[in-house]
Design a protein around this ligand. Structure first.
Ligand code: ADP
Ligand code: MG
Length: 609
């Protein structure tokens, strides 16, 4: 089963080395942190290193570090868990979605070692004291741990490589040039030296033809973290690889920004805009944040204070020499420098998004598919405090073509006499296109925004207006279409409408002649602040379930149905009642609401035959 896990997850075997090196680097970070925060710990900076050693005869590859090390308990709980169950249970019960890296997700990167090794031996001693132990495992069958003789704090991982097969030559992981290339490829930015002693040959001193072998320590990585490198030396692939190596996401980032700022506060930031929302993005479990470094030392894995909620999708890191290493989480929140950095990052992300919107519309539309809802929530939350930052980043479907539009584009092509920004809300664009309430507006060539996300209407209610043009729902009770007379109920029809209103009491607050319909017989309009779509959303929220839209039944006085209705009103009380119910129930169905009594509705229809 472990086999299944390791084979299905990593197609490239070579990345086992990346995993082991990244663990070693984490362990060195922890040790470094320890020396800074604990007076009893002292350690010479020069001894922070990761060593690779290959032994051809024994077929072993060793990865050793002078990091924090592990106690017996830590060996068991950190390395032993997966062999017992945990992540493996998960793997058994549910196939992970394509592209989901469960090793990364469940923190079992260490197990990638079993892709190439038949036996893994881990010797370790904790920098916090205690004896050294040896953990050994052949994979699926569990592991053993025993105490061993003294060693320096740190960890040594020995891989006994698998035997070569027809297709797979595991020997390659014993070759210095291959190891060196893998390190360069995946671990170049690791900030501790990754050393290996290499044997080369050279001309013997004093000789012109005689060669001799010599061995020399070589540092395989450049150690400069990518964000400290010069932008000009880096390619898009370098940035993308870093994103992947860091496990910022399983997608390919849409865009990155590498920013270095010197001034009131100095920092370097590397920011990524992902393409796809992580599976838990729209849940409470999702944790936003950027990695926070001070002078290259990681002080927090996910610093939430660097990002506003509405940009919670941004990944990356910030490195600033202006922050103290021993700063606590609580202190960070109030740190003036950090707040300044956060403000700049927010501005930068916004300008990156605007530039993507302007210069690469297609890409932006893809981004908006993934994260648009978060931006709209951002407009709505905190009582609209951030609406000015966000309003120009929004996209909505519209009656003008298939591509989503910005508010600026909409406003820019409004008719000269047009007073409002019109929108229709419902569960799909297809349905909204056919909505009777849009009929007259569409006929006059007025563009209508189509809202299909729950949050849309709440967000524009918070905006109120854009460029001083108010937002108006096409179903609004007091809608007045530009250049059209307001519908007046003829004196002679007033009594009939109030009779209808009486029959529908509890369902509608009024029945009126409609000015917004042309070919359709009837529709619902709403009065007050709550629209029908808002009622639907609110009714699914525990605290707001009682909130109802105030509905008005509108009848098209130019429609044949109206003539029949009048005749029934004059002659046949029962028929009039049935017609009234039918029209009301139809209007409910059109707006995606359910009829109160479906059986009665069906019987009313049958009575027409
Ligand atoms: P992750 O690195 O995502 O936590 P891994 O499977 O790679 O998951 O490692 C599991 C844990 O084992 C690490 O979190 C760490 O606590 C411990 N570990 C692994 N390698 C080392 C090491 N070289 N030194 C100290 N601890 C280590
Ligand atoms: Mg790891």
């Amino acid at each position: 089963m472990l086999d299944l896990l390791i084979h299905s997850i990593y197609t490239q075997k070579e990345i086992f080395l990346r995993e082991l090196i990244s663990n070693a680097s984490d362990a060195l970070d922890k040790r470094y942190y320890l020396t800074l925060s604990d007076e009893n710990q002292s350690f010479d900076r020069d001894s922070f290193q990761i060593r690779l050693a290959a032994d051809q005869q024994a077929r072993t590859l060793t990865v050793a570090d002078t990091g924090v090390g592990m106690t017996k308990e830590e060996l068991e709980s950190n390395l032993g868990t997966i062999a017992r169950s945990g992540s493996l249970d998960f793997k058994e019960s549910a196939e992970p979605a394509e592209g989901v890296d469960i090793i990364g997700q469940f923190g079992v990167g260490f197990y990638a070692a079993f892709m190439v090794a038949k036996t893994v031996t881990v010797r370790s001693r904790s920098a916090n004291g205690g004896p050294a132990h040896e953990w050994r495992s052949e994979g699926p069958d569990g592991y053993t741990v025993k105490e061993i003789g003294d060693m320096e704090p740190g960890t040594e991982i020995v891989l006994l490589l698998k035997d070569n097969t027809e297709e797979e030559k595991y020997d390659e992981f014993l070759e210095a040039h291959r190891l060196s290339a893998i390190v360069k490829k995946y671990s170049d930015f690791i900030k501790y030296p990754i050393r290996m002693s290499r044997t080369r040959s050279r001309l013997k001193e004093g000789s012109e033809s005689e060669y001799e072998d010599y061995t020399e320590d070589e540092t395989l990585n450049s150690m400069v973290p990518i964000w400290r490198k010069n932008k000009n030396e880096l390619t898009d692939e370098d940035y993308e690889r870093f994103y992947t190596d860091k496990r910022f996401g399983f997608d390919k980032p849409l865009r990155h920004a590498h920013v270095t700022v010197d001034g009131a506060v100095s920092y370097t930031a590397l920011l990524y805009i992902p393409e796809k929302a992580p599976f838990d993005f729209y849940t409470r479990e999702y944790e936003k944040g950027l990695e926070l470094y001070t002078s290259g030392v990681l002080i927090m894995q996910k610093c939430p204070d660097l990002l506003p909620d509405y940009f919670s999708f941004v990944k990356g890191l910030v490195d600033s020499a202006d922050l103290s290493l021993n700063i606590s989480r609580e202190m960070l929140q109030h740190d003036r420098q950090l707040r300044l950095i956060a403000k700049r990052i927010q501005e930068r992300v916004k300008s990156e998004l605007l530039s993507m919107l302007k210069n690469d519309r297609e890409k932006y539309a893809g981004f908006f598919e993934s994260f648009g809802r978060q931006l709209k929530y951002g407009v709505y939350s905190d009582w609209g405090a951030n609406k000015d930052v966000l309003q120009d980043l929004l996209l909505f479907s519209s009656s003008d073509g298939d591509k989503p539009v910005t508010l600026e584009e909409y406003a820019g092509r409004m008719k000269p006499e047009q007073k409002n920004i019109y929108y229709a809300a419902g569960d799909s664009v297809e349905k909204l296109k056919k909505l009777p309430q849009t009929e007259l507006l569409s006929d006059k060539g007025i563009e209508i925004l189509y809202f299909t996300d729950d949050v849309d209407e709440f967000a524009v209610k918070m905006l109120g207006a854009y460029q001083e043009k108010p937002f108006k729902n096409v179903s609004d009770g007091d809608l007045e279409v530009e250049g059209e007379p307001k519908a007046e109920t003829a004196e002679e029809d007033k009594a009939m409408f109030s009779a209808m209103k009486e029959k529908l009491s509890g369902g509608v607050i009024d029945v009126r002649a409609s000015a917004r319909l042309k070919s359709h017989p009837c529709c619902l309009a709403t009065e007050g602040g709550v629209s029908i779509e808002m009622e639907k959303v609110l009714s699914s929220m525990p605290g707001a379930a009682g909130v109802k839209a105030e509905k008005v039944l509108e009848i098209n006085a130019g429609h044949a149905v109206f003539t029949a209705l009048k005749a029934a009103y004059a002659e046949d009380e029962e028929k009039f009642s049935a017609y009234t119910r039918l029209l009301y129930n139809q209007a409910l169905l059109i707006d995606g609401l359910s009829v109160e009594d479906p059986v009665a509705f069906a019987n009313d229809i049958c009575a027409l035959f």
